[in-house]
Design a protein around this ligand. Structure first.
Ligand code: NAP
Length: 248
């Protein structure tokens, strides 16, 4: 039987690249998305065309009822869960901290932090050997922003990713004895749609001169690191924060 992988936010960008690569590596893949059904359908169709198996569920990770419905779908259609990539994430328009209101902070932390906690909770309940599961692996998608702070752009998002780093360290230790490895990747500037949501579609090309490797990254380059952390090749790695950021 193929291993079953859930990639949250698998309709676009890093999540879509991870879903495609995982399916090509033999995983049965479930992706979630929040509103872009056409993009999700396209990922599922491209996986099927390549001979893989995938399904897509609309589920906002910041809504607990959506998360429980998403995992029920996996229980009912995949019959088990072996791996989770907590990839769904968002940021808002560039803004200094002095202008941020509570609504923005709640949206940013709800999706990036609380959503990852809720999905990890559901995954641990199913994968933990303590609960009769077969073990598994979780990869959280953090950001180099957790180290850099993203001043004048989105300190809220950077702080949320800092929370993801700490979450990764804590959960990794909590479930290490229950057959579950928990790691994180910290991408640098990657060519995806997320920069347009920050109000600057061309951001990667503006900042790439600050990257020691002098270029932005591709979603597939992050996906390969995620797939390695999920795999048995990384069998002794847990609580690791893997930078995929061209040296930045
Ligand atoms: P993206 O191209 O904007 O894609 C975001 C994905 O997340 C989409 O599939 C989107 O679904 C989904 N999503 C957004 N909000 C969601 C919610 N509330 N519930 C469920 N799904 C939701 O972003 P990306 O650049 O690939 O980012 C993926 C991850 O990498 C994020 O965690 C991001 O913080 C992190 N990251 C990215 C970069 C970068 O430079 N790109 C750098 C560091 C870290 P829809 O298609 O339905 O909107």
């Amino acid at each position: 039987m193929n291993k079953v992988l859930l990639v949250t936010g698998g309709s676009r960008g890093i999540g879509a690249a991870t879903a495609r690569l995982a399916a090509a590596s033999g995983y049965t893949v479930c992706i979630s998305y929040v509103r872009n059904q056409a993009a999700a359908d396209e990922v599922v169709a491209s996986i099927a065309e390549a001979g893989g198996t995938a399904s897509a569920v609309a589920a906002d990770v910041s809504r607990e009822e959506d998360v429980t419905r998403l995992f029920r779908h996996i229980d009912e259609t995949c019959g088990g869960l072996h791996a989770l990539v907590n990839n769904a994430g968002m940021l808002e328009t560039h803004m200094p901290v002095e202008q941020m209101d509570l609504g923005r902070l709640q949206r940013v932390f709800s999706v990036n932090v609380f959503g990852s906690f809720l999905c990890a909770r559901e995954a641990v309940r199913r994968m933990s050997t303590r609960n009769g599961g077969a073990g598994g692996a979780i990869v959280n998608v953090s950001s180099a922003a957790a180290r850099l702070g993203a001043p004048n752009e989105y300190v809220d998002y950077a702080a949320a990713k800092g929370a993801i780093d700490t979450f990764t360290l804590g959960l990794a230790k909590e479930v290490a004895g229950d057959g579950i490895r928990v790691n994180a990747v910290r991408p640098g500037v990657i060519y995806t749609d997320i920069h347009a949501s920050g109000g600057e579609p061309g951001r990667v090309d503006r900042v790439k001169g600050n990257v020691p490797m002098q270029r932005g990254g591709e979603a597939e380059e992050v996906a390969r690191a995620i797939l390695w952390l999920l795999s048995d090749e990384a069998s002794y790695s847990t609580g690791a924060l893997l930078d995929v950021s061209g040296g930045r």
